[in-house]
Design a protein around this ligand. Structure first.
Ligand code: NAD
Length: 351
C-alpha cells in the first residue's frame, strides 16, 4: 500500500495484483460483483479473473461502452442486477474500467442500501491518474456533466498499467491531458517532464500524477477551497464536453475537451491572474502539438456559456473558475466575466 492519508489506499503495479486476493480474503468475501463495459469485458476482465482466487464466485454486470452509459438509466440497471443477485452492503462492487465505469459504479455502489463496499480497478490512463482518485462519483443528467453524484471513497484502488496495453493512442492522449493539468497546477518540474511523456516510463508518471492528486484531495476532500484547483481547464472543458455530447455522444473525449479548456483558461489567466503571455504561448504550443483543435462555430459560444452557468456559484455575468498565475501556482476560485470567456473561445477558434 502506498498512499493512505484519509483517503483510499492505492496499490500499484505488481503489488496491486499480489495484494488483491489477500484483500478479498481479509474481508471474508466469497463472491464479487464486477462492473465492466463491453471493452473492459473483453480486454480487462480476463486478467482480473486470472488473478482472482478460483474460490470466489464472480457476477458480471456489463454496460455499453461510452459516456452515455454514465447515466441514471444505467445506475438503475446496476441496482436491479444487484437486487436480483441479493447483494448486501458488505458485498463488493469491483469497478473495472475507465472513468465512466469508476464514476458510474462508485455512484451506484454509494447509494445501494445506503452504501455498499466498492473498489476501483481503473483501466484507462485517465482513470488511473485521475478519475479513480479522490472519491467523486457521479452520472451525467440532462446533458450536464456529473450533475448527480456523491462523495464516496472506494475501499481501495488497484492500479495496474498493463491494462493500458490495449488502449489506442487517442485514449493515451485522453489521460495525458489530466497529467498535464496536474503539472500546470502544482509543479513546473513535473511540467518539464510530463510534456515529454513517454510510455516507457508510464509507472513513474502514473505515480507522480496520483501523488499530486492525492496531496490536493487529502488537504480538502470535499472541495471547499484548495481542491478546486483540480478543476483548471474544466469549467470551459466540461461545457465543451456537454455541448459535443448533445450533438453526438463520444465525439469528443474528456481529455480532449479539457485540453481545449486549458488553452482557453490559460488565456483568461493572462488577463485575470497575471499569467505571463510567453507562458501562455508555451502551454498553447504544447497542447496544440498533442491535440487537434475542437471544431465548433462562433455562433455556438452562447450555448457553450450556458452550460457553464449551471454551477450555483455563478451569477448572470460572472463565472468562478480555477486558474493559474504561473506554472505550478493555481488559484482555486477566480471570478471571470462571461465576455472574457467568450473572447477566449473566439481566440481558440482562430487557432
Ligand atoms: N471522478 C473524478 O474525479 C473524475 C476525474 C476525471 C474524469 N472523470 C470522468 O471520467 C470519464 C472519462 O473517463 P475515460 O476517459 O477513462 O472514459 P471511458 O471510461 O469511457 O473509457 C474510454 C474508452 O476506453 C475503453 N477502455 C477502457 N479501458 C480499456 C482498456 N484497458 N483497453 C481498451 N479499451 C478500454 C472504454 O470502453 C471506452 O470506450 C468522464 O465521465 C469524466 O467525467 C471523473
Amino acid at each position: 500500500m502506498d498512499f493512505q492519508a484519509n483517503l483510499s489506499p492505492v496499490f500499484f503495479e505488481d503489488q496491486s495484483l499480489s495484494t488483491w486476493n489477500f484483500w478479498i480474503h481479509d474481508r471474508k468475501l466469497n463472491r464479487l460483483f464486477i462492473l465492466v463495459d463491453e471493452n473492459t469485458y473483453t480486454h480487462c476482465l480476463p486478467i482480473v479473473k486470472q488473478v482472482t482466487s478460483s474460490e470466489i464466485t464472480i457476477h458480471e454486470i456489463i454496460v455499453p461502452a461510452g459516456e452515455t452509459s454514465k447515466s441514471l438509466e444505467f445506475a438503475n440497471y446496476i441496482w436491479k442486477q444487484l437486487i436480483a443477485l441479493n447483494a448486501t452492503r458488505s458485498d463488493c462492487l469491483v469497478n473495472l474500467g475507465g472513468g465512466m465505469i469508476t464514476d458510474l459504479g462508485g455512484f451506484a455502489a454509494s447509494l445501494y442500501k445506503r452504501g455498499m463496499r466498492f473498489v476501483h480497478f481503473p483501466t484507462t490512463l485517465l482513470a488511473q491518474v485521475d478519475a479513480s482518485i479522490g472519491g467523486k462519483t457521479g452520472v451525467d443528467f440532462e446533458y450536464i456533466k456529473n450533475m448527480l453524484g456523491t462523495w464516496s471513497q472506494p475501499d481501495a484502488i488497484f492500479i495496474y498499467s498493463d491494462f493500458l496495453n490495449t488502449l489506442d493512442e487517442r485514449q493515451i492522449k485522453n489521460g495525458w491531458a489530466e497529467m498535464l493539468k496536474h503539472a500546470l497546477i502544482s509543479s513546473s518540474n513535473y511540467w518539464q517532464e510530463v510534456k515529454q511523456f513517454d510510455l516507457k516510463n508510464i509507472s513513474h508518471f502514473i505515480r507522480r500524477s496520483v501523488e499530486i492528486k492525492m496531496d490536493v484531495v487529502s488537504q480538502d476532500p470535499f472541495e471547499n477551497n484548495l481542491r478546486k484547483v483540480l478543476n483548471f481547464g474544466h469549467t470551459v472543458g466540461h461545457a465543451l464536453e456537454a455541448f459535443f455530447m448533445k450533438k453526438s455522444p463520444d465525439m469528443v473525449c474528456h481529455g480532449e475537451a479539457i485540453a481545449a479548456g486549458m488553452i482557453c483558461e490559460a488565456l483568461i489567466a493572462t488577463r485575470c491572474c497575471g499569467l505571463p503571455m510567453d507562458v501562455y504561448y508555451e502551454i498553447e504550443n504544447v497542447l496544440d502539438e498533442i491535440y487537434v483543435r475542437l471544431s465548433f462555430s462562433e455562433t455556438a459560444i452562447p450555448e457553450i456559456l450556458e452550460y457553464m452557468m449551471q454551477d450555483k456559484k455563478n451569477n448572470q455575468s460572472e463565472i468562478r473558475m480555477a486558474l493559474i498565475a504561473s506554472i505550478g501556482k493555481a488559484l482555486p476560485e477566480v471570478p471571470v466575466k462571461k465576455d472574457l470567456i467568450a473572447h477566449s473561445l473566439q481566440m481558440y477558434l482562430k487557432g
